[in-house]
Each structure stands twice: as structure tokens, then as C-alpha cells.
Design a protein around this ligand. Sequence first.
Ligand code: NAP
Length: 280
Amino acid sequence: MNKFLLAGVMGWPVMHSRSPLMHNYWFKQHNLAGTYVPLAIEPTGLASALRALPALGFAGCNLTIPHKQAAMKIVDEVDALAKNIGAISCVIVRSDGSLAGTNNDCYGFIHNIRQELPSWRADSGPIVVVGAGGGSRAVCYGLTQEGAREIRLVNRSFDRAKKIGEEFGPPLTALPWEQRDDALEDAVMVVNTTSQGMVGQSPLDIRLDKLPKHAVAADIIYTPLETPFLAAARERGNPAVNGLGMLLHQGRPAWRAWFGIEPEVTAELRALMEKSIREG
Ligand SMILES: NC(=O)c1ccc[n+]([C@@H]2O[C@H](COP(=O)([O-])OP(=O)(O)OC[C@H]3O[C@@H](n4cnc5c(N)ncnc54)[C@H](OP(=O)(O)O)[C@@H]3O)[C@@H](O)[C@H]2O)c1
């Protein structure tokens, strides 16, 4: 490989993104000449920006808020995984200049849990997923693929949870928001996929009293590294996993597709990202 390698993330806004720090760490670690840049693209400019990638020499890009759904109508091919999730998180420029869309969020969520808790199994009992937005769809799809037998999906707006339940079918059941505390009874895992608990947002409104002490509490939020929900779970003895690793692990299949390399989520990379998040 002797050319300069290029990739980036398109979002609006995007300058807060921690992705460049992570991808540029991997370029350095692999001793490669290349860079990963934040690309501030307004929604109206998404189609032209994506179409410009081949001419600019990009291997591809990641997509973040608000482009994940809109890009599905722009790229030339959307794979089955992204179609099932209903969003694209990664675009790959193919050798003929066409654009392929996939979704690596689901891989990121599952592989982070596996790295943090190697004995974890999706089929060991009921799993509660709170939230029914884009992140939730990736988490629910990943859990279903991993063999989850029962997923209790609760969301403030019941309609959105119901829609995912209808699309994904069993093992997923949509439950009303009012049942979120009771849904934790006999669960082996609870995942917060809402934006509640994120910097600037109020904490997730849930009581953990009924959650068994051995159940895993996971959050897909990584700013802050420990949300009030995760802190409460950890204080009562539940194993707690934050969302940073989901972000880190979703970068690995992106690199495989863009550069033919599978980079590692090292302790050094985690520490670098944690330091950057703590510094704000
Ligand atoms: N770690 C990662 O790699 C990763 C990947 C993707 C997302 N995330 C994070 O996950 C979070 C959600 O992202 P998203 O893309 O899924 O967002 P989204 O599609 O906008 O969904 C937001 C979810 O939060 C719920 N919500 C918002 N305000 C609420 C409130 N006051 N009370 C209860 N529920 C509320 C929404 O419920 P309604 O349906 O009722 O509005 C919805 O379920 C963000 O913090 C994002 O940064 C992390």
C-alpha cells in the first residue's frame, strides 16, 4: 500500500466528533500515511458530498447525525444489514467509484460487550432495551442476531417501539413506557439507548430496584463516560459497560472494508479517548 489513505466522518454538526482521534491513532499505530477528517456537511449537501468522495480519493466515510437515514437513498447499494437496521453508518467507495452503504453500530455494540464481559451470552435470559431510536435499532438487531430469546423494548413513544417490534418480530416485544421499572424483573441485561443521561440531558428516568444484581447494565452513551443510570447500576453491584467501546469497535469493520486491515481496540486507544472525553 503506497498511496495516501483518506477517510472521514460526515455530520452536522461534526466538530465535536471523537472519531478522528481514534482513526488517526490507528494510522499511526499501523505506520501508514493517511488521515481521517471531520466533514461538516449540511443535510442539503449530503448527496454532492458523498458523490465527491471517489474523486477526492476517499476510501469511504462514516455517517453521524443527521445523515444516517438520508444516505440510504443516495448510495448505489445498501447491504441487508443496513436495510434491516434502517440506517447507514459507513460508506465504502468501491473500485469503480460506486458507493456501498453498511451499518457497523450493531457490530460495535456486540463486540464491545464481548471484550468487556467475555462470558456474556445474548441467550441467557430476558434483555430490556430502553429507547427506540437509531441506536436502539442497531442494538436490538445485534441482540437478535446473537440469539437473544426475549427482548423487552420500552420507549417513551410507544409507537416507535411497536414499529420495531413488528419489523423484527419475536423475540422482541414492545412494552409501554409505564412498565419500564417492572420490565427489569428477572432480566439478565438492560441497555439504555435513549439520549437521556448524555451531557446536557436529564438522567434516564428508571428505577433499578427490580433489576437482579447479576444483570449487566449497558449504556450506548459515551459522553459522559458514566451516565447517572450506569453509576446507579454500578453502585448496587451490577456489571456496567459504557458506550465508548461501541464507538471504538464499529471502526474495525470500517477499516477492513476501506483499507483491508482490522485494527485493534487497545487499552492505549481506550485511554486516549477517555482522556479526550474527560477533558471535554
Ligand atoms: N456508542 C455509540 O457508538 C453510539 C452509536 C449510536 C448512538 N449513540 C448514542 O445513543 C444516543 C441515542 O442516539 P440515537 O441516534 O438512537 O437517537 P434518536 O434516534 O434521536 O433516539 C433517541 C431516543 O431517546 C429517547 N428520548 C429522548 N428524550 C427522552 C426523554 N426525555 N425521556 C425518555 N426518552 C427520551 C427517544 O424517545 P422517543 O422515541 O419517545 O422520542 C428515542 O428513543 C445518543 O446519546 C447517541 O450519542 C452512541
